[in-house]
Ligand binder design. Sequence first.
Ligand code: SF4
Ligand code: SF4
Length: 431
Amino acid sequence: MAFYYRRGKNQEIRRELTILELNELGYFILNLCQGQMSKNHIIDAVCESYEGDRKEVEVDTLSFLSELDYLGILGSFDDEPKINETRSKDGPWAKLHEEAWSQYFPLFCTIETTLLCNLKCVHCYNFDRSESPKKELYQTLSWDVLEPLLYDLYTAGTLQVSFSGGEALLYPDLERAIRITTDLGMFARVKSNGVLLNENKIDQLIRAGAVGVDISLYGSSSKNHDSFTRKTGSFEASWNNVLLCKEMGLEPEVSVMVTRHNAYEIDEMLDLFKKNNISCQVSMDMTGRYDGTDSSLDDRVTSEQFKRLLRGPHRGLFDVRREVHEVQCACARTNCGISANGDVYPCIGAPIPAGNLKENSFLDIWNHSPVLKNIRALKYQDFSSCFGCKDAEFCERSSGSVYVNTGDYTGADPNLCKEARMRHDYSRGFD
Ligand code: SF4
Ligand code: SF4
């Protein structure tokens, strides 16, 4: 039988997060734990739905259920397993997150392996790819830097490494890096535009141990997508490869950037993903580029479009709420990023160099960099524009994006403020 979940080695902190990485079978079993089915009934249901020797299924299912129980996911285990309804507040994930936040475990690290790419997306944050970019912009992380970094991330308590780009599939040592990551017990994901995937490549990624791939799409058909990526045929290739990943067992997640060109077809896109059982992440967080150009911002959704999204069938994705104090984000605490030239960032979305891996080790930079220490020391009051803001609960502020768009890490981005105000007005019934 397939694994229900992956488990890291030795470290309690990783053991607790494993529950977030349940595969389809894991979720299937979890969904049966409603307090109405006995363990034997659950084993019967697994046997009916998945191939496998009954004895083996029984052993694996019972061990999985006791693992769920150990993690506090089940509130009752004896006869009819039932999910502990209070898990989100008091469960292992909440505890883990709190611990990582206060002790600075970089749970999530995104590594830009190379800035080479086969596409020229309009919004690409790396640099403006529309002209012929200078050769020196196409940085690639050397293996001599990447290999020790992975061991340091493991030591620092990282749970998930996302290999990004440019186009990560163009990085020659990608599978080698994934293998080391997973052998160390961390989860490895790949962020890709998906065009270069094929059966062989997907198989290699699975064999290396990747748990999933994040593929970006900008439309429900080639019309918008291809003009955004400036590559004819890219939609067809990316979408077909999303489906191929799903079929082959490399869990795909589609990343959607909502722009003024695709805002009107968001419903169509989400319906397409739903129909094909593909999970997705939607963002409107368009930023300027790390080379200082910002023509990409011209593509942000208009106020009229945003209003329509707030009233549309998928309003839940756009009508966000959050705790007011969350203007401080996970930068330099549970997140970190590594640029393709070896700079360590507080988050891949906040390109503030805290040190460079060609000069110092990751652990040295993560533990001692004044840049990171300053960010960790920030209090809610230090975000002077946001402190006391009446729209804060409706704001999707991310310090990295604000920094890229305004140059002020603790400041406010007028576009975000406008959207937060619109959400607030909408919540009060104003138009
Ligand atoms: S696929 Fe990613 S890295 Fe490549 S151009 Fe598009 S946004 Fe940039
Ligand atoms: S709405 Fe503007 S001022 Fe208020 S929290 Fe968001 S970014 Fe800060």
